[in-house]
Design a protein around this ligand. Structure first.
Ligand code: SF4
Length: 318
């Protein structure tokens, strides 16, 4: 009998997202087979530092850092090296997998990149932890400066399906995102590329996004579930679609389409998958701890406890 979960077409993938909840156990088993084969029972934890916050020129509808959002967040230019190092030491002390560093904004001056690269150099010298940066669109020269400073992985999410993208952002295009990713990949950066579910898109948009991500062969695929933030354009977006069953189907589909990648359950896990972590880890081998860019989250110690209670192993980096 052929496995119904291999060589999926987009129509198969859409059917998975729309399948009755009673069929979820079979889907979880299929995801777990791949997860076990490629990742064992390990779960890695990532820490996220918001290195520059707010005042962004872009209008991403979900984002509290957009200059068009009327949110009550701390806004600041590049954080101090001390604060970045503090988080770096925490990553080292807790033996977390990677230090992820996000900067609000889409374009940076060369001086800003040079200043940031000098912080990264100090961080790498002190903490020796792997670093991933989420840093908008870079020029080739800027990307090279960061590479030389020790950044080996870049996060650049697609966020949603190509057709739905104009509904969530009109200040840049999907194509610009793909072009930036391809340039970085050609330069030898590892890619972290994921998206957000619950933006008002249809299941076929999620499918389109996951297929595009699969074509880019990322090392890591962070999947966020929308937390509507007061003051953003999606403040009143219904999250009724984000049942824990639907979220699990999305995560399983991400695993089926990207069997070797780290599938990371990012923002929204504490909200939509609380108490379902055991099932989440059937597909997912990576999570964030200690919060997200502008939203709080579960602490590192309690995340480690949650992983162990779900019957999985916290992946301690050497
Ligand atoms: S997601 Fe990034 S580019 Fe979009 S508004 Fe937020 S900080 Fe700016």
């Amino acid at each position: 009998m052929t496995d119904p979960y291999i060589n999926l077409t987009k129509e198969d993938a859409r059917s998975i997202l729309l399948m009755p909840d009673e069929e979820l156990p079979k889907l979880l088993e299929a995801a777990y087979t791949l997860r076990k084969k490629h990742k064992g029972n390990m779960v890695s934890i990532h820490l996220l530092t918001n290195a520059r916050s707010g005042n962004c020129s872009q209008n991403c509808a979900y984002c509290a850092q957009s200059g068009q959002a009327k949110t009550d967040i701390d806004t600041y230019e590049l954080i101090s090296c001390e604060k970045l190092l503090q988080d770096g030491y925490l990553v080292k002390e807790k033996k977390l997998a990677r230090h992820c560093i996000g900067l609000s904004g889409i374009r940076f001056s060369d001086q800003e990149i040079v200043a940031f690269a000098s912080e990264i150099k100090k961080l790498k010298k002190e903490s020796h932890t792997p670093v991933c940066c989420s840093i908008g669109f870079l020029t080739k020269q800027q990307a090279m400066i960061l590479k030389e400073a020790g950044v080996d992985r870049i996060n650049h999410n697609l966020n949603t399906g190509r057709n739905y993208y104009p509904n969530i952002c009109t200040t840049h295009t999907y194509e610009q995102r793909i072009a930036n990713i391809n340039m970085l990949k050609e330069m030898g950066f590892e890619l972290c590329c994921g998206g957000i579910v619950g933006l008002g898109e249809k299941p076929e948009d999620v499918v389109d996004m996951l297929f595009e991500i699969g074509d880019l062969s990322p090392k890591a695929v962070p999947i966020n579930f929308l937390i509507p933030i007061k003051g953003t354009a999606l403040e009143h977006q219904s999250t009724a679609i984000l049942t824990s069953e639907y979220c699990l189907k999305v995560l399983c589909l991400a695993r089926l389409l990207n069997p070797r990648s780290d599938i990371r359950c990012a923002a929204g896990r504490e909200l939509y998958l609380k108490g379902k972590e055991k099932w989440m880890f059937y597909a997912v081998d990576s999570v964030f701890a200690s919060g997200y860019l502008t939203a709080g989250g579960e602490s590192i110690d309690s995340t480690i406890k949650m992983i162990e209670e779900a019957g999985f192993e916290y992946c301690i980096e050497p």
